[in-house]
Design a protein around this ligand. Structure first.
Ligand SMILES: O=C(CO)COP(=O)(O)O
Length: 249
Protein backbone atom coordinates (compact mmCIF):
# COMPACT_ATOMS: atom_id res chain seq x y z
CA UNK A 1 0.00 0.00 0.00
CA UNK A 2 1.39 3.45 -0.82
CA UNK A 3 2.27 5.57 2.20
CA UNK A 4 0.05 8.63 2.54
CA UNK A 5 2.02 11.90 2.39
CA UNK A 6 2.08 13.55 5.83
CA UNK A 7 2.86 17.18 6.64
CA UNK A 8 3.29 18.54 10.15
CA UNK A 9 3.67 22.15 11.19
CA UNK A 10 5.76 22.59 14.32
CA UNK A 11 4.95 26.10 15.54
CA UNK A 12 7.56 25.77 18.34
CA UNK A 13 7.13 28.67 20.83
CA UNK A 14 5.09 30.70 18.29
CA UNK A 15 2.82 32.48 17.46
CA UNK A 16 3.06 35.20 20.05
CA UNK A 17 -0.49 36.49 19.88
CA UNK A 18 -4.04 35.32 19.54
CA UNK A 19 -4.41 37.49 16.42
CA UNK A 20 -1.55 35.65 14.67
CA UNK A 21 -3.02 32.33 15.71
CA UNK A 22 -6.39 33.27 14.23
CA UNK A 23 -4.76 34.43 10.97
CA UNK A 24 -2.94 31.08 10.62
CA UNK A 25 -6.05 29.10 11.40
CA UNK A 26 -8.15 31.04 8.93
CA UNK A 27 -5.58 30.35 6.24
CA UNK A 28 -5.56 26.60 6.95
CA UNK A 29 -9.32 26.42 7.19
CA UNK A 30 -9.71 28.00 3.75
CA UNK A 31 -6.94 26.09 1.97
CA UNK A 32 -7.50 23.18 -0.37
CA UNK A 33 -5.36 20.44 1.17
CA UNK A 34 -4.30 17.12 -0.36
CA UNK A 35 -2.51 15.37 2.46
CA UNK A 36 -2.59 14.39 6.15
CA UNK A 37 -1.95 17.60 8.06
CA UNK A 38 -1.07 17.97 11.72
CA UNK A 39 -0.17 21.23 13.43
CA UNK A 40 1.66 21.51 16.74
CA UNK A 41 1.08 24.79 18.58
CA UNK A 42 2.35 25.54 22.09
CA UNK A 43 0.41 23.52 24.71
CA UNK A 44 -1.59 26.57 25.77
CA UNK A 45 -3.15 26.82 22.30
CA UNK A 46 -3.85 23.12 21.66
CA UNK A 47 -7.49 23.11 22.74
CA UNK A 48 -8.54 26.50 21.29
CA UNK A 49 -6.80 25.68 18.01
CA UNK A 50 -8.42 22.25 17.82
CA UNK A 51 -11.80 23.89 18.34
CA UNK A 52 -11.45 26.33 15.47
CA UNK A 53 -9.56 24.16 12.97
CA UNK A 54 -11.54 22.14 10.49
CA UNK A 55 -11.63 18.49 11.45
CA UNK A 56 -9.35 17.22 8.64
CA UNK A 57 -6.46 19.06 10.33
CA UNK A 58 -5.27 17.39 13.50
CA UNK A 59 -3.30 18.86 16.37
CA UNK A 60 -0.16 17.61 18.09
CA UNK A 61 1.49 18.48 21.39
CA UNK A 62 5.20 19.34 21.12
CA UNK A 63 6.16 17.18 24.10
CA UNK A 64 4.78 15.07 26.93
CA UNK A 65 6.10 13.28 30.00
CA UNK A 66 6.26 9.52 30.50
CA UNK A 67 4.08 9.34 33.64
CA UNK A 68 0.31 9.69 33.64
CA UNK A 69 0.05 11.91 36.74
CA UNK A 70 1.98 12.99 39.81
CA UNK A 71 4.42 15.58 41.16
CA UNK A 72 6.08 16.63 37.88
CA UNK A 73 5.79 20.42 37.82
CA UNK A 74 5.49 21.89 34.36
CA UNK A 75 4.87 18.60 32.55
CA UNK A 76 1.84 17.31 30.61
CA UNK A 77 0.97 13.62 30.55
CA UNK A 78 -0.16 11.38 27.69
CA UNK A 79 -3.37 10.69 29.66
CA UNK A 80 -4.09 14.43 29.90
CA UNK A 81 -3.50 14.93 26.17
CA UNK A 82 -5.78 12.02 25.39
CA UNK A 83 -8.44 13.37 27.74
CA UNK A 84 -8.25 16.75 25.99
CA UNK A 85 -8.78 15.06 22.61
CA UNK A 86 -5.24 15.68 21.33
CA UNK A 87 -4.31 12.77 19.01
CA UNK A 88 -0.58 13.39 18.32
CA UNK A 89 2.60 14.30 20.15
CA UNK A 90 6.02 15.27 18.76
CA UNK A 91 8.81 13.57 20.72
CA UNK A 92 12.59 13.72 20.54
CA UNK A 93 12.86 17.04 18.70
CA UNK A 94 16.51 18.12 18.60
CA UNK A 95 15.65 21.27 20.55
CA UNK A 96 14.35 19.04 23.36
CA UNK A 97 17.38 16.76 23.09
CA UNK A 98 19.92 19.60 23.23
CA UNK A 99 18.30 22.46 25.19
CA UNK A 100 16.38 20.23 27.62
CA UNK A 101 18.88 17.37 27.82
CA UNK A 102 16.55 14.59 26.68
CA UNK A 103 18.52 11.43 26.02
CA UNK A 104 17.43 8.78 23.52
CA UNK A 105 16.40 6.64 26.50
CA UNK A 106 14.10 9.39 27.82
CA UNK A 107 12.66 9.88 24.33
CA UNK A 108 12.04 6.13 24.15
CA UNK A 109 10.28 6.10 27.53
CA UNK A 110 8.11 9.03 26.43
CA UNK A 111 7.30 7.27 23.15
CA UNK A 112 6.26 4.11 24.96
CA UNK A 113 4.09 6.08 27.41
CA UNK A 114 2.46 8.12 24.63
CA UNK A 115 1.58 4.99 22.65
CA UNK A 116 0.29 3.27 25.80
CA UNK A 117 -1.91 6.35 26.23
CA UNK A 118 -3.29 5.87 22.68
CA UNK A 119 -1.51 8.88 21.18
CA UNK A 120 0.23 8.80 17.81
CA UNK A 121 3.86 9.93 17.87
CA UNK A 122 5.94 12.04 15.51
CA UNK A 123 9.38 10.77 16.54
CA UNK A 124 12.27 13.09 15.63
CA UNK A 125 15.82 11.92 15.00
CA UNK A 126 18.83 13.44 13.26
CA UNK A 127 22.54 14.12 13.32
CA UNK A 128 24.61 17.24 14.04
CA UNK A 129 26.86 18.82 11.40
CA UNK A 130 29.94 17.32 13.02
CA UNK A 131 28.38 13.86 12.94
CA UNK A 132 27.49 14.26 9.24
CA UNK A 133 30.97 15.49 8.41
CA UNK A 134 32.49 12.45 10.10
CA UNK A 135 30.15 10.05 8.28
CA UNK A 136 28.18 9.07 11.36
CA UNK A 137 24.70 10.01 10.10
CA UNK A 138 23.29 6.49 9.62
CA UNK A 139 24.83 5.29 12.87
CA UNK A 140 23.46 8.24 14.91
CA UNK A 141 19.95 7.83 13.48
CA UNK A 142 20.10 4.07 14.11
CA UNK A 143 21.21 4.56 17.73
CA UNK A 144 18.43 7.11 18.38
CA UNK A 145 15.90 4.66 16.91
CA UNK A 146 17.35 1.60 18.63
CA UNK A 147 16.51 3.05 22.06
CA UNK A 148 12.86 3.22 20.92
CA UNK A 149 12.92 -0.18 19.20
CA UNK A 150 14.09 -1.71 22.50
CA UNK A 151 10.90 -0.61 24.31
CA UNK A 152 8.22 -1.18 21.65
CA UNK A 153 6.39 -4.07 20.07
CA UNK A 154 6.10 -4.42 16.30
CA UNK A 155 2.41 -3.36 16.42
CA UNK A 156 3.33 -0.06 18.13
CA UNK A 157 5.02 1.17 14.96
CA UNK A 158 1.70 1.66 13.17
CA UNK A 159 1.21 4.79 15.30
CA UNK A 160 4.64 6.33 14.69
CA UNK A 161 5.77 8.76 11.99
CA UNK A 162 9.55 9.23 11.96
CA UNK A 163 10.77 12.77 11.32
CA UNK A 164 14.35 12.87 10.07
CA UNK A 165 15.57 16.34 10.99
CA UNK A 166 19.30 16.95 10.54
CA UNK A 167 20.23 19.39 13.31
CA UNK A 168 22.35 21.45 10.89
CA UNK A 169 19.30 22.08 8.69
CA UNK A 170 16.88 23.20 11.42
CA UNK A 171 16.21 26.92 11.29
CA UNK A 172 19.41 27.56 9.35
CA UNK A 173 18.14 27.92 5.79
CA UNK A 174 20.53 25.06 4.84
CA UNK A 175 18.16 22.37 3.60
CA UNK A 176 19.41 18.83 2.96
CA UNK A 177 19.65 18.18 -0.76
CA UNK A 178 17.07 15.81 -2.19
CA UNK A 179 19.85 13.22 -2.60
CA UNK A 180 21.03 13.61 1.01
CA UNK A 181 17.48 13.32 2.35
CA UNK A 182 16.71 10.30 0.15
CA UNK A 183 19.93 8.49 1.15
CA UNK A 184 19.33 8.98 4.87
CA UNK A 185 15.63 8.08 4.65
CA UNK A 186 16.60 4.89 2.80
CA UNK A 187 19.14 4.08 5.56
CA UNK A 188 16.48 4.65 8.23
CA UNK A 189 14.04 2.40 6.36
CA UNK A 190 16.69 -0.30 6.01
CA UNK A 191 17.38 -0.04 9.74
CA UNK A 192 13.66 -0.51 10.52
CA UNK A 193 13.62 -3.54 8.22
CA UNK A 194 16.36 -5.23 10.20
CA UNK A 195 15.60 -3.98 13.71
CA UNK A 196 11.79 -4.28 13.58
CA UNK A 197 10.42 -5.98 10.45
CA UNK A 198 10.25 -5.56 6.66
CA UNK A 199 6.51 -4.81 6.96
CA UNK A 200 7.11 -1.98 9.43
CA UNK A 201 9.92 -0.61 7.23
CA UNK A 202 7.58 -0.58 4.25
CA UNK A 203 4.61 1.00 6.06
CA UNK A 204 6.27 3.61 8.30
CA UNK A 205 6.23 7.17 7.05
CA UNK A 206 9.60 8.91 7.23
CA UNK A 207 9.20 12.65 6.85
CA UNK A 208 11.93 15.26 6.42
CA UNK A 209 12.37 18.43 8.50
CA UNK A 210 14.90 21.25 8.35
CA UNK A 211 14.49 24.50 6.37
CA UNK A 212 11.68 23.13 4.20
CA UNK A 213 10.06 25.91 2.21
CA UNK A 214 7.91 26.56 -0.82
CA UNK A 215 10.96 26.55 -3.09
CA UNK A 216 12.54 23.23 -2.08
CA UNK A 217 9.54 21.08 -1.08
CA UNK A 218 8.62 19.80 -4.55
CA UNK A 219 11.99 18.27 -5.34
CA UNK A 220 12.27 16.71 -1.87
CA UNK A 221 8.76 15.27 -2.23
CA UNK A 222 9.70 13.38 -5.39
CA UNK A 223 12.18 11.19 -3.49
CA UNK A 224 10.80 7.67 -2.99
CA UNK A 225 11.56 7.48 0.73
CA UNK A 226 10.48 11.03 1.62
CA UNK A 227 6.90 10.62 2.85
CA UNK A 228 6.21 14.19 3.94
CA UNK A 229 7.63 17.04 5.98
CA UNK A 230 7.89 18.46 9.45
CA UNK A 231 7.98 22.20 8.92
CA UNK A 232 9.12 24.81 11.44
CA UNK A 233 9.44 28.46 10.36
CA UNK A 234 7.51 28.12 7.10
CA UNK A 235 4.53 26.53 8.91
CA UNK A 236 3.78 29.99 10.31
CA UNK A 237 3.49 31.51 6.85
CA UNK A 238 1.06 31.25 3.92
CA UNK A 239 3.62 29.08 2.07
CA UNK A 240 2.77 26.25 4.48
CA UNK A 241 -0.20 25.50 2.21
CA UNK A 242 2.15 25.11 -0.80
CA UNK A 243 4.31 22.72 1.23
CA UNK A 244 1.27 20.67 2.25
CA UNK A 245 0.39 20.43 -1.44
CA UNK A 246 3.97 19.68 -2.56
CA UNK A 247 2.98 16.48 -4.32
CA UNK A 248 0.26 18.18 -6.36
CA UNK A 249 1.13 18.08 -10.08
O1 LIG B 1 12.53 21.88 13.58
C1 LIG B 1 11.85 21.85 12.58
C2 LIG B 1 10.53 21.19 12.57
O2 LIG B 1 10.34 20.42 13.70
C3 LIG B 1 12.30 22.48 11.34
O3 LIG B 1 12.40 23.84 11.55
P1 LIG B 1 12.65 24.83 10.29
O4 LIG B 1 11.65 24.40 9.22
O5 LIG B 1 12.36 26.20 10.83
O6 LIG B 1 14.05 24.62 9.85
Amino acid sequence: MPRQFFVGGNFKMNPNSVAEKIALTTLLNKAELDDSVVVAPPALYLIPLKEILRKEIQVAAQNCYFKDSGAFTGEISPAQLKDAGIPYVILGHSERRTLFHETSEIVAQKTKAALAGSLSVILCIGETLEQRETDQTAQVCAAQLQAVVDLLSEADWSKIVIAYEPVWAIGTGKVASAAQAQATHADIRAFLGTAVSPAVAQATRIIYGGSVNKGNCKELSTQPDVDGFLVGGASLKPEFVDIINATRK
